[in-house]
Design a binder for this molecule. Sequence first.
Ligand code: IPM
Ligand code: MG
Length: 372
Amino acid sequence: MTLKIALLPGDGVGPEVLAQAVKCLKAVEETFNQHFIFKEAPVGAIAMDKTGVPLPDTTLTLCKESDAVLFGAIGDPKYDNDPDAKVRPEQGLLQLRKELGLFANIRPVLSHPTLLDKSPLKKEVISGTDFVIYRELTGGIYFGEKKLNPEGTIASDLCEYSENEISRIAHLAFKAAKGRKKKLTLVDKANVLESSRLWRKVVTKIGESYPEVALDFLFVDNAAMQIILNPKQFDVVLTENMFGDILSDEGSVIGGSIGLLASASIGEENALFEPIHGSYPQAKGKDIANPIASILSVAMLLEHFGLAEEAWAVKKAVDKSLKKGIVTLDLKENSQYGTNQVGDFIAHNIVDIEDDFRMNDENIDLGKSTII
Ligand code: IPM
Ligand code: MG
């Protein structure tokens, strides 16, 4: 299979982690006889510095012409604390999601057996957690009308949803639940919000065509509590844009580090894959950012194109790095492994997936890894 992949490294640690993801894709090419054509383009603060806008037309065109987009991270502190900034790097990502029609954001939340100690939550609470968040990504309060009165003293953001926006992601979520533990939880605030009541109505109706899936409902405040109280109760969590943003960061605590969570954003014609962590500007250029979320985004990309064996090899290689402790500082105190070395190790192990636990670790330990 030949795939055209647009690389959008973006800001902060984005370029560093994305470079590791690309190493892994090259390892997949080498091992499985696939072919990937990479083209890179600027987005975010880096694009604003170069062109004045966070999503240049050339970047958007490249993304539209590609089979998939691999995204690094976005955001720069120089814009974060300036409420008067007219343009923000994040707008580049939001515009990209909208323009590419990426309405479904899929964020798996898993506890890794080797990392149970890394979470501040109790082992017995998180062990065995395996759920996936289906977050609506192109509607709701993120994209509704925004107002600020001329005096700058009253502001509002409209949260609007249409039946169609709800039903297209609901179908994807029900189908996912069918192939998993057959449970779907709709998270909303239907006791207060009209838009949430529409979600309930539409999702309940669609649920009738998926009789094998058990459907239940949770208010978002309760869901926020349940996710850390008893995360094993969840299978597929379906929710609107902003609730999904918040709950997925909360879910990352279960995995032990936000540096592990990958995501896929899917539309009718396009797909984008990105770690859920932000640009982590404090770590930029220090070779300490965890590349695993970016590498697992590659696994989601491969799965999306039906390359199941390839995706499995990537996940297996990541597991091995976790088991062997070839991980960055966020996962192991005093770890001497940097972003690059972890990326090398995982890429190596995609190539040598059959060799299991014997090969080349010494080279990695000595910083002499040779891949790519
Ligand atoms: C995310 C991020 C984005 C969002 C930001 C960077 C706009 O937090 O992907 O979760 O809020 O969707
Ligand atoms: Mg977020």
